[in-house]
Write a protein that binds this ligand. Sequence first.
Ligand code: ZN
Length: 154
Amino acid sequence: MSDALRELYQEIILDHARHPRNAGVLADPTAKADGHNPLCGDRVTLYLHRDTDGRIDGISFEGKGCAISQASTSLMTELVKGKTKEEIDALMTGFLHLVKGEPESELSEEDREQLEVMAGVKDFPMRVKCATLPWHTLKSALSGAGVASTEAAP
Ligand code: ZN
């Protein structure tokens, strides 16, 4: 990754952290989950609404914690709208590979461009959990578990 690209990604992360997209409480959620990353103290509560086809047609979050966790949550809420559980599973698998610096082939060009913003955390193992917290929380919300912790995740 070039220095210029790294700087651009840092700016995007800070922008999401300062001006989170889809922040707040959803009026009529069909699912909700609380996520916790005890190693950093990050917390995220996700509210989802799925349409009759199972696609996410509404999502919002409340959270507090480091810029990485909040930016990653904000970014995720923008990406998963209109998607089914299966599509989100594939996105999450691709994202986990990306932030762990592992090869991935699950992501479309468009999704990779969006998610690559967070790829810099691969050099900071503690930060990987900050970045993946919202995804584990989303998975819990979709499966009806209701709670997620980065320390219980595989
Ligand atoms: Zn964090």
